[in-house]
Design a protein around this ligand. Structure first.
Ligand SMILES: NC(=O)c1ccc[n+]([C@@H]2O[C@H](COP(=O)([O-])OP(=O)(O)OC[C@H]3O[C@@H](n4cnc5c(N)ncnc54)[C@H](OP(=O)(O)O)[C@@H]3O)[C@@H](O)[C@H]2O)c1
Length: 273
């Protein structure tokens, strides 16, 4: 199977490329230097040249805070860029897997969102990702929309900072008012590899099982690292607070749900323990 992965230099894209290569798929990872997803001609040329059986579209404008002051740029990359990818996938007769986010929902209440819940984003970023979803649904049938939340990996600057502070025994600050499911990028990459080999198209939720606050996550990391660092509360971010996703539809479609966030965090940190 030939797969084109956009955003291959990013947190998730790099793991997807690594995972697909590990199972001997013919993978081409592309970055912004290869083409800008906003450039429709460049997108069509690159996809026509690669002739992929599947595209994993990870490239996105992901700076949630900055998006509030750059709404046009965010929409161009996440909504128009995704429309460009969908059109090119259609023309190349390729499946498309689009990585979306829990932030398409308003983040209210305390119940996990289901794939059938109606998106109603409260942020510029969430709205642009929802528009990307709509662009795909309006054009294609052979698509997977995979909403996830709170991605992290060994390379995440935030996790590296946390482990550094823990190693030095210094205090760690983290929010206590947001709750979501931390998702280890290699876990999601494995699911993406499984999905691509099926025709079980649709909109799915996939995140680490369970949920916690950033402070709870930091506390668990500190504990796993055997550190005595204290975790102190951080100022509220004024962002949607409930990022939990109901992932049961994955199982109903015959896919494996992701491991618990605690198990995956332990796996992620095991190289540093
Ligand atoms: N991070 C999370 O917590 C989270 C949660 C839910 C969903 N998601 C979704 O998961 C996907 C991957 O996220 P991530 O955390 O891996 O993101 P990331 O680390 O910020 O990587 C984003 C990638 O997109 C590329 N990119 C940005 N603008 C582009 C453009 N105009 N044209 C081409 N490429 C462009 C970046 O290239 P440069 O390096 O050159 O800028 C980078 O490779 C995204 O779709 C995101 O919306 C993320």
């Amino acid at each position: 199977m030939r797969v084109l992965v956009t955003g291959a230099s990013g947190q998730l894209g790099s793991e997807v490329v690594r995972c697909l290569r590990g199972i001997r798929m013919d993978v081409r990872g592309v970055n912004r230097e290869d083409f800008d997803v906003r450039d429709v001609d460049a997108v069509h040329a690159a996809v026509a040249e690669a002739q992929p059986d599947a595209i994993v579209h990870c490239a996105a404008y992901t700076d949630i805070r900055r998006a509030e002051t750059e709404p046009e740029l965010c929409a161009e990359v996440n909504a128009m860029g995704t429309l460009n990818m969908a059109r090119a996938a259609l023309r190349a007769n390729s499946k498309l897997l689009y990585v979306s986010t829990a932030r398409v929902f308003p983040g209210e209440g305390a119940v996990p969102y289901e794939p059938t819940d109606r998106p109603a984003a409260k942020t510029v970023y969430g709205l642009s990702k929802a528009q990307g979803e709509e662009a795909i649904r309006g054009l294609m049938t052979r698509y997977f929309i995979l909403r996830t939340s709170w991605l992290y990996s060994e390379a995440s600057p935030r996790l590296r900072e946390l482990t550094r502070l823990a190693a030095e025994g210094r205090a760690v600050t983290a929010m206590e008012d947001m709750i979501a499911s931390p998702t280890w990028a290699p876990d999601l990459a494995r699911l993406i590899a499984d999905m691509l080999r099926t025709e079980r198209y649709g909109t799915y939720h996939a995140a680490g099982e369970g949920a916690c606050t950033p402070a709870g996550f930091a506390q668990m990391a500190v504990q796993l690292l055997g550190s005595r660092s204290q975790v102190r509360p951080e100022a509220p971010a004024h962002m949607p607070l409930n990022g939990r996703l109901d992932c049961r539809a994955l199982e109903q479609a015959g896919f494996r749900r992701l491991p618990s966030w605690e198990e995956s965090l332990s796996g992620c940190l095991s190289g540093q323990m």
